[in-house]
Structures are given as C-alpha cells and as structure tokens.
Ligand binder design. Sequence first.
Ligand code: GLU
Length: 295
Amino acid sequence: MSVYRGRFAPTPSGPLHFGSLVAALGSYLDARHAGGAWLLRIEDIDPPRCPPGAADTILRQLEAFGLHWDGPVHYQSQRNAAYQAALERLISAGLAYPCSCSRKQWRDYAIYPGWCRHGVREPHKPQAWRLRSDLGLRPVAWQDRLFGDQRFDPAELGDVVLKRKDALWAYQLAVVVDDAEQGISDVVRGLDLLDNTPWQCQLQVALGYPEPRYLHLPLIVAANGQKLSKQNLAPALPDDDGAALRRLLHRALLALDQAPDPAAGEAPVAEQLTQAVHDWDPRRLAAERHRRDTS
Ligand code: GLU
C-alpha cells in the first residue's frame, strides 16, 4: 500500500462542534490505524467568515482530545502564490476563463450556462474565474470507501468558480492544490462535502495531480433531525474539562459506529484513543442510514 497521508481541514468559522469532532476523529483514526501521517490544515481563505482566535481555539480543542497532528499547521491564508500559480496553469491550458455573470442573471438555470466561455460578457464588471467543463473532461468517477461507486456527468456539474469576484480563492481550488502539495493519499471527511468531490476530481485531472482515495463519513444529525453545524449553533466543545471531554470522545466513537467498550467513557482520552486506533474499522460505519440517491 502507498504511504498514507491524511488530513483534517477545518474552516475556522468558530470552535469545533460535535459534528466536526467526529470528522476530525474519523480522519485521525483512519490515518493512525494505517500507520500514516495526519496533517492539520486551517482553511482560512475567507477572512469575513473567520473570527479572530477561532483557529487557535480549534488547535487547543484538538490537543485536548489528544488528536495530535504531524508537522506544522498549514494555513491557507498564506498560500496565495500557490493558488495563483495553479490558476495561471489552468489559464495557459485554456481551461479557466473570467466571468462577469451574477447568480441573478442565470437564476433560471440549474448550473451556470457558460456564457462567458468565449469572452467576458460585461468586461467593466468584477470578474470571477471559472473552470471550463465542456472540453472533453471525462465523466467524473470515484470509488468512495463507504458510499461506493460515484459517477457524475460534467455537463451537470457546470463550470466551477476557482477565484471569486471579490478576489478570494474558492474552496475547490484551494483544497485541491493543498491536498496535492501536501501529498494527501486519503481524504476522510463529512458526507456534506461529497457534492464538492466531483469538482475536486475534475480539477485534479485538469492540473495533472494524483487523485486521493475518498471516505465520506455519515453525518451526525441533531435530535431534531437537522445537520449539526455552526449555523444551527451546535454547542461548542469544551477544551478544558476532563470528564466532559472523556464522555464526548466516547460519544464520538459511538457516532462512528466503533463500538467502544461501554465502560471506557470515563477513561482518559489518551487511553480511549489508543484503543480506538487499534480497533478502527470503517466497515462498521452504517452507510445505509445516510445513503444518498445517486441514480
Ligand atoms: N474546510 C472544509 C470545512 O470545514 C472542509 C474541507 C475538506 O475536508 O475538504 O467544511
């Protein structure tokens, strides 16, 4: 098997909540069980969404749960030159174009219809950069380690934004450049990101990068059936309360269907983690509870 390199890549829009703890834990266990590296990347490319101090809080929370990462923390806010170089490669290959259209203008279409592909329609307006998806990019397919065969028609994906009109880098470009430059072999993350994966696969092909394996984790839903997210104010995780941390780690292992010893909920986090790394088996994840209709 190739060298395993995994990562956790939170957007620091607030502290970790239970759902993001589960995602962090899933990628950590998968990496450590394989004897691989686990890297931490702070995806702070959208400053208005990232309150000061949030990234440091996340680092402290991960440390408190014993989720220690390898190497220096990688901050996307410092990676402008790498993203620019990738965009320029796409432009030179004729695969990226500037676009002045607003969402309002194409609201009657399911995807952006590509009006600016052959020249910007309104050159005096601010412009985004998009990937051309109409140039023979093959159907996007990958074998998700949990959700199985995934296939998408490029014609239904549209021309994804690479750089926004406000000059901020789009998540899709940044994540693909960083996964490649950090040599990530395995992406383990929440199911809410599965819809983004086809664009990321397209970009990997367009940029000549290797394609990592993907494992999307079933989402954790709140008692009211809603997805746990920062928007619906999932309670932030404690980062300094021993007993609460121990129980939360135990609950996170249960959420990953890992059947930890019922008595282990009071055990120190380091002990619970060592056992969980040893026992990790992603086949226990109950994909059918969250299976998507991909037909
Ligand atoms: N930054 C993204 C988020 O926090 C995750 C990116 C990824 O794992 O690919 O939702």
